[in-house]
Structure formats: C-alpha cells, structure tokens
Design a protein around this ligand. Sequence first.
Ligand SMILES: Nc1nc2c(c(=O)[nH]1)N[C@H]1C(S)=C(S)[C@@H](COP(=O)(O)O)O[C@H]1N2
Ligand SMILES: [Mo]
Length: 522
Amino acid sequence: MIGAVLGLLVVGAALGFGELAAGLTRATSPVVTVGDALVDNSPPFLMEWAITLFGTADKVVLITGVVVVLVLAGTLLGAVSLRRPALGYTGLFLFTAVGLTAVVLRRADDLGAASAVVVGGAAGAGALWLLLRSARPALQAGGEKKGEPRAPADAEGDTPPAPGPDRGPGRRGFVLTSAGVLAATGSAGALGRFLPSLTGGAGSRGELALPAPAEPLPALPSGADLDVPGLAPFTTPNKDFYRIDTALTIPRLDSTQWTLRVHGLVDEPFEIDMDELLSRGLVEADITLACVSNQVGGDLIGNTRWLGFPLADLLREAGVHSDADQILSTSQDGWTCGTPTEVVMDGRDSLLAVGMGGEPLPHVNGFPARMVVPGLYGFVSATKWVTDIRLTRFADEQAYWARRGWGVRAPIKTMSRIDVPAPLGRVDSGEVVLAGIAWAQHRGIDAVEVRVDDGDWWEAELAAVPGIDTWVQWVAEVDLDPGMHSVEVRSTDSTGFTQPAERVDPIPDGATGWHRIRFTAD
Ligand SMILES: Nc1nc2c(c(=O)[nH]1)N[C@H]1C(S)=C(S)[C@@H](COP(=O)(O)O)O[C@H]1N2
Ligand SMILES: [Mo]
C-alpha cells in the first residue's frame, strides 16, 4: 500500500514538474510528446483500427491509455523502490529515457521538450528520495518491512531512522511528506497547464501587431456573397474555420521566439525571425483552403483573405538547387509536409502567412506563421506553426502523410457542394432556391450545373469571385411540386474538366463524386 502511494506520487511529481517546465518554456508537455510519438510510430493498420473504433475520441483514448500505463508503472516502481531503492532510481531513469526517445523521434532539436522531460525525471527522483526517507520509519513502525537490507546510495549520509516507539510519528512523517509532494506536484502541474494559455506578454498572440499590407488587395467584388440564408458565406469567419491537424494539444507559440530556418538543397541557408519577416512588405491573397479528407458534401473547407510574405521570394533568396523538387516543411510540434517546389514557385500566391481574416493567425490555425499554397490540399502545403523549411527531393524523403499511404502531389480536385436546401430539410413548394459552393483552386470554376430528380442538367448562376484561387457561390431556382425531391450538383473548371460522377474515397488524394441531397417540398 505504502509502495503504491509512494510510486504514484513519484510519477505524479515527474509529470507535474515536467508540465511546469514545458509551460514555462512553452514547450510540448512530456505526456503529449510521448502520445504524439506513439501516434507517429504506430503502424498504419493500428491507427486505422483506432480511428474506426474510437472515431474522433481516438486522442482521448490514447491519453487515457498513457495514463493507465503510467499508473501501473508507478505502482510497480513504488513497490520495487521500497525493497531496492536503486531499482527505483533506475526505473525513473528508464522512464526519463522513454520521454527523451519520444522527443528525439518527434523532433530531435526540440530542446524545450527535452528539458521538460529531464526536469520531470529530476523532480521524480527528488520526490522518490524524500518519500523513501520519510517512509522508512513508517515501514519499521508499521512492520510492513523490517530492516532495510541496503541503504539507497543517495541517502547514505542520512542518520539511520530510529525505530519509533509507536507507529504514530513514523506514519505521520510519511503522510505529511506525501501531502507536501502531492500539493507541490498539483500546483506545478496546474501552473504548467495554464501558463501558456494566459494571454498577454510579449510574443503572445494579443501582442503581435501586424503591419498593413504593402500590396493591399482591392475589396472583394460586391457580388461575391449571394446572401442566401444557409449558404456558406464567401469569407469564413476565423471562429468557424475548420481545424485539422495531428496535434494532441494546440501548440501556443511565442512570436518573439519564433524563427524559420530555410536550408537543405540551397545556396544560402538562412534563418528569419518575426520582426524581420514583418518588416519585409506583406501581401494579401484570397485563398480557399481544403482538406483532402473532406468527403463529398463535407465541410473541411474554408475561405479567407490571408496576409503573408510570398513563399517563392523567400525561397529564391535562399537559392534553390534545380534538383530540389520537394519543400519539406516542419512544424514546431514535429509534423512534416512535402510540397512540390515547382508548384510553389510557378507564380501563384503561395504564402508564408501570418494573418487571416484581418487578424494574426488564431493559435489553432498556426500562429504565428503557416504556409498556404492555392490549389494544393492542406496536408501537402499548409504547415501550421511552421519553423523549418528544408529543400529536398521526393525520391529521398517522405513527409508525415506520404509515409502513411496518402498522396505525394495532391492538387485539389474540382468539386461542388449543395448548402441549400439543407439535406432532408423542408421547403415550400413552388419556386425553390438551390444554392451552394464550387471550387477548383488555381484553375477557377467555369460552370455549375444542377439537376432535380435525375432530370436534365441546368446551369446555375455563379456569384462574383476575386480570382481563381477561391470557391464560388452558385444559385439556381426551380419550380417544384409538393413531395420528396433530390438535387445533384457538378461543376466544370476552366480547363473544361467536369467533375466525374464516380465516388472515390478521400484516401489517397481526395474524394470525387457528385453531391446529392434529398429534401421535401410542402
Ligand atoms: N503543424 C501541422 N500543420 C498542418 C497539419 C498538421 O497536422 N500539423 N495538418 C494539415 C492539414 S491536413 C490541413 S487540411 C490544414 C488545415 O488547416 P486549418 O486547421 O487551419 O484549417 O492544415 C495542415 N497543416
Ligand atoms: Mo487535411
């Protein structure tokens, strides 16, 4: 019993102080690092199984699993330590080694995360020492274990505990020490968790003042928004922008600490910080970002006005070698992304973005800087919290999702969606408004057609757009009798390509198929 309490307190102290160290340096928490490393290095079949079984709760299940393992390990560690303190310290050492391995697997140069693990390990050792010292009289008094065969190396200088005349004082010592360790651990952990989310302070999102663009865009064309109730607005408000990433907790970076390294197959590698980036003259671009996992009719897509520095200019400064066909970017939390160099450099508005929707990037969308490349799905282009860009070759290195069977070059497919009426919704019969969006980023949409009840295709009316990199709203009016109806939509891009009817899954490079909904006219 004492062993279990002692072991759990030691593990708790390691985690609590690890959390505090991570919070102070805004590094990734050791628990999260280990969880991330498990996710990254688990075989794809296991990941798929976990996602099918637990769905979006997979992250909760993973963290719960990590905690259960920690509780078991703690109990064992405590029991062993009482008999053989040296084994206890060895256990803690292994524990720290596991954490450090996870850091190295995630991101070898992440000193913050590594020091959080070391601080945690040291706190665990300190707690073990304190608790063992106070447990000894308790054990001798309680008779749980008589006579220590060997004193722990660290405790050699201690006066041997005098056997207590009664069990009271010995127990009291252990209980008091335990309570002290628990309180210290709890405060450290709580402080560590909440420190990074406290706003204010230099480098926090609230403090970053973005300059006005050196090359501002004109206002959106007046007809970009058709203002049909239920239709996605042309500009997605930041708070409604979809979020997709592998991060267990949202990285909260400090913009004054942020740097971006550009290196690899280049003539002149360099590093740039936020002040320097912001002083360069920023540009704006309207770009619709889409996730490859978006199902037909899905909502993993959003459009906004981005503010940033042209990625192509940044790369040109470094002097990209002609054989460097892949831009391998890495986020602060170790996610990697491979983007075709030629696409980024072909003149489109590829950005190292710092702002969206008139504000600094929200933390969930990559504060303080991310990549955005019009026409490519997010998983091959839109690295959030980006801190490293290395020019490489596709033949030599694979990024995160490519290693897991997803596509390597993934241009966004020509697509369309029905927003109005809502699926299985009810409308008044007679004149019925159909509306939605269509997209084929960097090609542009030429036409959208709809058909009702498998009848003839009718051309919908298109709203205005600022360019070829955004989605476009469409609307059509049809005359309908009361009853159940179906609507289908398909779009044609500026290359003359019309969306195929054939349904394919998002993996490996994006879903296809016509969005179809059913609704009732009363
Ligand atoms: N650091 C990091 N960046 C990332 C990802 C990620 O997992 N980690 N996911 C990518 C994917 S798959 C998509 S679709 C976009 C989503 O960007 P959003 O969350 O801002 O909408 O981010 C991309 N950037
Ligand atoms: Mo995605």
